[in-house]
Design a protein around this ligand. Structure first.
Ligand code: BTN
Length: 252
């Protein structure tokens, strides 16, 4: 099944029983000169990583995968790739779960929520390759069968919602939607289209939210994404563009 997917999207796939982190393995391949379009998939991870140095709990039963890309774009465009991955992930999970669209939502910058609890996360890491291309690793973890209990944000999994989706069909769908969405992104030329698609799937748009940052919490109405993907927060007296932070879809 994995092999068929690779052929359909012209991406290669290497599947492992166990790895420390699929992101680390993909990044090591990039450093060793791999030309990209390579998926690394593992049944479990010993050192799965989340955003902001957090641990990503990775027992067998969930999907852990990383896509290595080499793209001739500027490092400043790297954050756009998280939105590309978010749109692709939303489309893939929608397709395999047949959930009504309103139950799945993207949470800025690139989490996937099911019934407002975290179902999947994306970790984009990158570096410049010697030839001037950007080497990017898009790591995606989907809680198919398990979710950690003690997270800052409520978490869930597909099985717990009565949706027993296997990791193979999930990965097959994701591999297809990623290839298709990346082609439309077109190394940044199609970002405004992707931004609109992201906004169509966004959770909390027009609602009061809290953005947690190292320098404190900010509260306001989530009004839009700016053309670079920053979250626009209306704080009443002013509108601020936020580059990084953890969003809570509620006024904490
Ligand atoms: C987050 O929401 O904090 C991002 C989580 C990303 C987890 C995935 S699992 C596959 C890949 N390998 C890792 O070590 N992390 C990403």
């Amino acid at each position: 099944q994995l092999g068929r997917t690779a052929q359909a999207s012209r991406y290669r796939v290497e599947a492992f029983e166990s790895l420390g982190s699929t992101n680390d393995e993909a990044m090591a391949r990039g450093r060793a000169g791999d030309h990209g379009r390579l998926w690394i998939v593992a049944r479990e991870q010993g050192q799965g990583r989340g955003r902001n140095g957090r641990v990503w709990s990775s027992p067998p039963g969930n999907l852990y995968c990383s896509l290595l890309l080499r793209t001739p774009c500027q490092p400043a465009l790297a954050p756009q790739i998280g939105f590309v991955a978010g749109v692709a992930l939303h489309r893939a999970v929608s397709a395999v779960s047949a959930l009504s669209p309103g139950r799945l939502a993207l949470k800025w910058p690139n989490d996937l929520l099911l019934d407002r609890a975290k179902l999947a996360g994306i970790l984009v890491e990158g570096s410049m390759a010697p030839g001037g291309d950007l080497t990017v690793v898009i790591g995606i973890g989907v809680n198919a069968a398990h979710n950690p209990a003690d997270t800052p944000y409520p978490a869930t999994n597909l099985g717990a919602k009565g949706l027993p989706v296997g990791v193979s069909p999930l990965f097959a769908a994701l591999s297809d939607t990623m290839a298709e969405t990346l082609a439309r992104w077109d190394a940044g030329r199609g970002f405004q289209l992707i931004r609109r698609e992201w906004l169509e799937r966004a959770g909390g748009l027009g609602e009061a939210i809290t953005v947690r940052r190292p320098d404190g919490d900010r509260r306001g109405i989530f009004v839009d994404l700016d053309p670079d993907g920053r979250l626009l927060l209306d704080e009443g007296t002013r509108r601020v563009a936020i580059e990084a932070g953890d969003v809570f879809l509620t006024a904490l």
